[in-house]
Each structure stands twice: as structure tokens, then as C-alpha cells.
Design a protein around this ligand. Sequence first.
Ligand code: GDP
Ligand code: MN
Length: 399
Amino acid sequence: MKIHEYQAREILQQAGIPIPPGEVIESIDEAAAVFKSVTKEAGTDFAVIKAMVHAGGRGKAGFVKLIHSAEEATEAARFMLSNKMVSVQTGPEGLDVSKLLIAAGVGIDHEYYLAITTDRGARRNVLIASREGGVEIEKVAHENPDAILKQHIHPSMGLQPHQARRLAFDLGFKGKQINQAAKIMIALADTYEKRDCTIAEINPLIVTPPSSDHPDGQVLAIDAKFNFDDNALYRQKQVAAMFDPAEEDPGEMRAKKFDLSYIPLDGSIGCLVNGAGLAMATMDIIKHFGGDPANFLDVGGSATEEAVTEGFRIILSDENCKGVLVNIFGGIMRCDVIAQAIANAAKEVGFEVPLVVRLEGTNVEEGRAILEEAKSQIPTMQTARDLGEAAEMVVAAVG
Ligand code: GDP
Ligand code: MN
């Protein structure tokens, strides 16, 4: 599960990681007052306004802006709330923006990257850091991998202070900054573990220019991203409450309601299958015949006729879907349930695109009889004897 930056800030705060003060707004007319209050609180003359969406690359897309007056705050809020954000991480259709964060602006001497994730190969969590932080960490990892430093974290002892100080030193933090940075690293590692995260990232972690209060500069987090393990949400009540359905793929949400798993992809052939292994095999064989899956929907073993019918509605509502392949190997799932759901979907939504059905296994004769009866209502339907034939047929039909 992903959360918004303003929610991530709450978690940072609870971990004792310093951030500039900020507030969330949902309408253009709140911008001016919030600009005034956050700058007053921090004693600064500028602020930053940011779109709250579950995607990065906001800076480059024009959805992170520095603002120097209440008028600029209003203008930026108007732009961000009335345009979709399109960044390298969103795809061309972009994302709607309904919330903005206005945070006090800070001077930046240097931007660092800091993250914790799990290194499956090493079977440990790992702290990843770089002196080349900011907006293009993927590029750094690619072009200059030596600029990425790592420390593996002991599973029971956690990140040790000497490891954190070593890393802070190697990153080039100076004087009092070293302890500030090390403290943040330890707090982030602790939060990662305690909150069942799969990613805890601060980018950038910054150092402010020296001031009278902080002659060595101050280390602050000004952007954060957290992802959480869905299977742990039952014991992470505070995190689970941060779920924002508006940010989820509507198809995936509908599928979840019926205990189906639906994965949207980029191709043109919708797949309804039972079992994740069969889904993989189905996609492989579609590719083998030169096609590309638009999605796959796994109905599992125990889905009801109602759930499978919803599955067809979800697949057919995907605009990229130019043909549907049903590949069922009935074990616990019965072929007649699938056939009945096909008949229901034909009646309710109609299959305007080609449909290829391959049924095998439990109650296959009953299933075939149902399809035979419904055939006149599904002129685009073809049936196949095996998976190879089915894949070839659907690829040919989609063209
Ligand atoms: P992202 O592009 O979605 O990762 O958004 P960020 O919140 O990380 O902001 C992108 C960039 O904007 C940062 O790397 C900074 O360079 C700049 N930025 C953000 N907040 C401030 C701020 O308070 N002061 C200054 N000077 N720059 C900021
Ligand atoms: Mn960032």
C-alpha cells in the first residue's frame, strides 16, 4: 500500500525526524492563508507547494513549486488543482490532483538520498544512501553506481550507531550534521521495521545553509515516500487508515471487493483464468503467438458466479481490451460456473470484442452445454480445445 507525502510526514514526525512545518489544502481559496501561516510559523519568506499524488517526478512535471507570496500560492494552487499531473511515473493519461501540501520553504546547501528497503539476495534490510540526492536518483544508480552507498541491517540488532555514523561521514556530512544524519538514519530504519514497510525513502534529505541557530546547518527531510506490506496491514491500524481509494486503479478496487485479483497491463488481450500459475502460462503463450495481454483476472478456486460475472465486467471495461481469452482448468472452480458467468456478462454488457473460450476439467460438459445455449447471444465467441489453439485464435481475432 502507498500513502501520500503529507501522511508520510506524519510518520516521520512520530519517528522524531525533523521536517519543515506544512499544511494540506483541498481548495484554491485556502492557499493564501496557509501560505501566510506556514511561513510565519517557520520565520521564512517563501514556501513550497506540492501535488499530493502517489507518483514521483512531480518537480519536473511542474507540480512542486516554490512560492514567494500569497498571490503566487493561489496561482500555483489553481494550476495544480485544475490540471492532471503527467510525469515520468504516471503514464500519458496523468493523475487527478485533489490535495496540495504547502510547506515552509527552506534554503538548501545540499540534497542527499536516503532509503531503507529489503535486500532479498542478502536476506536483510538495507540502508541505501547517496550524496547525489534530489530528483534523479534512478539516473545516478544507472550512470554512477559508485555514488550509491549501502549498509545492511542486522535483523535483530537493527542499524547500529557506528554504521550510521560511518555512512554519514562517507556521504560528506560535516561537524554536527553527522550526528543529526545518523539519528535520522536510525529512526528511519526503526520505522521501516516497526511499520512493516517495503520502502521508506527520504529524497531529498537536505542540509540547510549555516545560520545563527544552526552554525553547522540543519539536516531535514523535505520529501518522503513509504510503501507498506499489504499482508501486515491487519496489525498496522494507523497505516491502514491512511488508505486513499482515489489513488487506486478502479478495476483493481472492484476486483478486490469480490476477492478476485486483477492486474492491468499494456497489451490488447484480456485474460480470465483460474490460478496465478495458469495466468503466467496463459500470458506466455499469448506472447508466443505474437499477442500482448491487456490484463489478467484470476478468479481463483472459490469465486461465485456473481464474482466471475463482475470479473467479465471489469475486463470489458478496460478500453485497451480488444479481445478476451478465457482459460479455465476446472479443479475446485467448476466450468459450469464460468460458463454461466459468460452467459450473464453477454446478456448484461455484451461481448463486442472477440471472445475465445477454453474450458477443461470439473463439470466441463455442463459448461459446454450452457455456452451452446448462450451461443446465439455471443456472436463473437469461439471455443478452443486446448490452450495453444485458444491463444492462436484470440491473437488472430484481435489482429
Ligand atoms: P519530487 O520531484 O516529486 O520528488 O518532489 P520533491 O518534494 O522531492 O521536490 C523536488 C525538488 O524541489 C527537491 O529536490 C528540491 O530541489 C526542490 N524543493 C522542494 N522543496 C524545497 C524547499 O523548501 N526549498 C528549496 N530551495 N527547494 C525545494
Ligand atoms: Mn522527492
